[in-house]
Design a protein around this ligand. Structure first.
Ligand code: PGA
Length: 225
């Protein structure tokens, strides 16, 4: 099981240090934290592997606002999230750029959590499987890559996918791509165990509930149980 905490645009270096002083990770589960770029250096070296929330495909260059894999590795960062739905929705991320980012990160030696998931409208229109097929087709096969299934309608909304919905989508993804698949979207201490008990659910990508050390530790413990 792998449980990743995606802090999004929360926690500067000071709050990052305070979190890690209070966080008590259980044994028996892989845990990673994904702070914002500005807090990566504060998070590294404190006992929990650290991933970035994005990574560019070029080694360096005129790409204002972007960060390369080599820069992350120099900081001691071990991986990156790629293709989060917020990147796709608000920052123009496409399947093509997701593919480029994944390939460059893997080639440089980073691990990758590549995100896929359908919107509300796509699910209502019966397009979930087609969307997942298209998105997964752009994701490279690699032993250091895992996929996160994050239905967009469940992210930050409190509307968690039922374990049956998650299981069904994960099976579709695993038929296309032989990898671990994490579930993301309103994972909380109260629903984490039930979701991760499903055979095709190999862990969780947690947003809001990863911001507090107690609730994130409780979700990590649910992955051990
Ligand atoms: P959430 O976010 O847990 O706050 O719904 C999950 C994510 O976007 O990774």
């Amino acid at each position: 099981m792998l449980v990743a905490g995606n802090w999004k645009m929360f926690k500067g270096p000071r709050e990052t240090t305070a979190f890690l002083e209070a966080f008590e990770p259980p044994a028996g589960v892989d845990i990673v934290l994904c702070p914002p770029f500005a807090s990566l250096a504060a998070a590294v070296g404190r006992g929990v592997p650290v991933y970035a929330q994005n990574v560019h495909w070029a080694a360096e260059g005129a790409f204002t606002g972007e960060v390369s894999a080599a820069m992350l590795l120099e900081l001691g960062v071990e991986g990156a999230i790629v293709g989060h739905s917020e990147r796709r929705q608000y920052f123009g991320e496409t399947d093509a750029t997701v593919q480029q980012r994944c390939e460059a990160a893997l080639a440089a030696g980073l691990s990758v959590i590549a995100c896929v998931g359908e919107t509300d409208a796509e699910r209502d229109a019966g397009k979930t499987e087609a969307v997942l097929r298209r998105q997964v087709a752009a994701i490279p096969r690699h032993e250091r890559l895992v996929i996160a299934y994050e239905p967009v309608w469940a992210i930050g909304t409190g509307k968690t996918a039922t374990p049956d919905i998650a299981q069904e989508a994960h099976v579709v993804i695993k038929e296309l791509h032989d990898t671990r698949v994490l579930y993301g979207g309103s994972v909380k201490p109260e629903n984490a165990a039930e979701l991760m008990a499903r055979p095709a659910v190999d862990g969780a990508l947690v947003g809001g509930a990863s911001l507090e050390p107690g609730s994130f530790a409780a979700i990590c413990r649910a992955a051990v149980a």
